[in-house]
Write a protein that binds this ligand. Structure first.
Ligand code: SAM
Length: 299
């Protein structure tokens, strides 16, 4: 219901016909502004078209506009102590485990890993951005071992205590994974050509369109072969369901983050536009594997 594809495609067509989409950019600062502006223009145009279409098209648009927020999740608030942040990403990790999301992410990534390995003729170096408690990196490491995948995996996040916790868990479980502190907007500091596949899960909505475009452009600049972003599917069902599932752990701030996050999930069209702005090409796909949206960008 909140994908609003009919009005969305019309809006995007109009922006293309007006010659304002896709925008040109010369550096990362310009890219960030261009992506933020384009998504704002798109949403304004989609609203205008929904008003023209009326009735069954306008109601979902109004619900979408009511739900949308740019609030920051509590777990990303700079002023809270790291131990509290760690508790919250651990709660998210428990939720992901309970919902059996990690095996699904791994299954989604395996064909791409095999494809890149075959093309590059070496093991695929996977980098997970914004890994939180590190559940996906560890699940991938487990799969590397059990399925003998041609890959290595590094988890990364901006919060140091997540990195410590991830490395401690990898050592305890004797898994072939390492964790390093990395700001997702400073992939440069990882070195050029160091990673082949850049992955980010359940975090796309924590970043603005401009920030996501920068991540994709940096992955491309660093000679990665592909970027994969996995996140919740923007829908009324998840807007209600995510907070309900989060509430099961009885942690108020985690439940409220569930409410905020589900209101921020991107539509498929927005992800599609962000990828096109970042690459200037259409070498990407956006698909739904319920309840997930999957953006795969090939460079
Ligand atoms: C919702 S959590 C997702 C964690 C993990 N991917 C998961 O599914 O459990 C969002 C993560 O984004 C991280 N983050 C926020 N800003 C970041 C940045 N600039 N660079 C890297 N990570 C960042 C946060 O520290 C947090 O771990």
């Amino acid at each position: 219901m909140l994908q609003l594809k009919t009005a969305g495609f019309k809006a995007l067509d109009n922006l293309r016909m007006e010659g304002i989409f896709p925008p040109c950019w010369k550096n990362m600062a310009a890219l960030e502004t261009a992506a933020n502006d384009s998504i704002s223009q798109f949403l304004a145009e989609r609203f205008r078209i929904s008003q023209e279409l009326g009735g069954a098209f306008l109601w979902p648009e109004l619900i979408d506009r009511t739900l949308r927020t740019s609030e920051t999740e509590y777990m990303d608030t700079e002023s809270i102590p790291e131990w509290e942040k760690l508790e919250l990403v651990k709660a998210l990790d428990r939720q992901n485990t309970m919902m059996q999301l990690y095996p699904r992410y791994v299954e989604l990534l395996i064909p791409l890993i095999n494809e890149i390995a075959e093309h590059k003729k070496h093991d695929v170096r996977v980098l997970e951005l914004a890994c939180g408690a590190g559940g996906l990196t560890l699940a991938l490491a487990e799969a590397l071992r059990t399925k003998n995948l041609p890959a290595s995996v590094t988890g990364s996040d901006i919060v140091p205590s997540y990195i410590e916790a991830g490395n401690a868990l990898a050592a305890k479980k004797k898994l072939p994974a390492s964790f390093r502190q990395l700001n997702a907007f400073e992939l440069n500091s990882a070195g050029k050509g160091v990673f082949d596949l850049v992955v980010i899960s359940q975090s796309l909505h924590h970043f603005t369109p401009g920030q996501l475009a920068i991540m994709i452009a940096l992955a491309s600049e660093h000679a990665a072969s592909a970027f994969v972003g996995i996140d919740g599917y923007r829908s009324l069902l998840l807007a209600c369901g995510v907070p309900l599932v989060a509430a099961m752990q009885g942690i108020m701030s985690f439940t409220l983050d569930g409410v905020t996050s589900a209101r921020k999930f991107y539509t498929e069209l927005e992800l599609d536009m962000i990828a096109e702005i970042a690459t200037g090409k259409r070498t990407h796909t956006v698909s739904c594997s319920w309840p997930l949206s999957i953006l795969t960008v090939r460079f």
